[in-house]
Design a protein around this ligand. Sequence first.
Ligand SMILES: [Zn+2]
Length: 420
Amino acid sequence: MVRLTLILAVFMVCHAAHAERWTVIHAGTLIAEPGSPPLTRQSVIVKDDRIDRVAAGYVELDGARLVDLKDAYVLPGLIDAHVHLGLGGDHAAKRGPETGGDVYRLLDVVENARKTLAAGVTSVRDVGGEGWAVFAMRDAVRAGVFPGPRLFVAGHIIRIGTTEADGSGACHDVGSCRAAVRRQIGMGADWIKLYATCSGSKPCGRESAPPVFLRDEIASVIETAGTRQIPVAAHAHGTAGINAALEAGVRSIEHGSYNDRVSRALFTERGAFYVPTLAVQDNIARDHETASEDMKPVMEGFMRDHPTRVAAAHAAGVKIAAGSDAGVTPHGGNARELWWYVKIGMSAAEALRTATVVNAELLGKQGELGVIAPGAYADIIAVRRNPLDDIAALDAVEFVMAGGHVVKGGCGHYMRSCAP
Ligand SMILES: [Zn+2]
């Protein structure tokens, strides 16, 4: 009894020490749920890490921090469904696993996560890389050790390989593929990423390239992930690989460059998501001139077909989920992906939905991410110009709140008081 009383007393002291943190955001224009009409002169009231309520007019709350965004457009933090935070940094480059590669990669991940968050991207799905630094970063962000976007991580990509040196995701038959998936799950993967066709940066990245896995192998990957209710994302360029992955039951197709009529029917029938990564088109256009002779026709195929097939999928009612392939494209330039969606015929509101509401659904976080509504995480950004008029307004995000913490544009900018 004495012990219980002591525990209760300690609990009550701790509880009292944790004061509630309130913030009120005055939003000149509020795009609370992209796709629904924006509202003007609204107050978003944040308690700790969640949105408490949204009120009409500019309300004030005793003891709350005030963020003045009366001259700005306020919207939910963006979600990028296809990034590689461990790629595209300088620290890990040229270092292998035996020379500290994974430790140095953590520096890359921290730096890339910082750039991503500053660009208004408050959640990302990391779809694979080397080492385990991204897992450490996910846990550190969750524990509040580092600021960063919320991370949903896939670990090592399940790919064809026969030796240890091919990485822990490498496999070559049903048994080894099961083991490779279980290894990622054991490390705490939130997703499984499958390389269903060869890389777009290789000559085999063509429309007619066959799937690299056999049907029973793809099935074993999805079934094994399913034992922990973990969804599978499949990288696929060639038509047969896209369709085989969709038939087997993947939750998302990455790139999907040569999706056809059959693919589009499968997408809508299965409720699968299409993550196009069109921003890679910028790289292809840039590198085409200096590419090798066997890569030139592959790149020309992507430039000619990929944007038009994304447009066809969108027109057919396929759920397009925004993913920029940051790591291959520049970290922090994530919004470029949405510019591409508008270029192929989406409205700005539709493009904004792909990076908010649709991506939240992809992640199974509807109502918690991608909206400004009671109960959702307080992931909130603001821009000066109207993104519904010009999607490129998202290239200049001036204010970022992640989980109720102001990480950009706070003290001395939009916040009157600098109290914590
Ligand atoms: Zn990628």
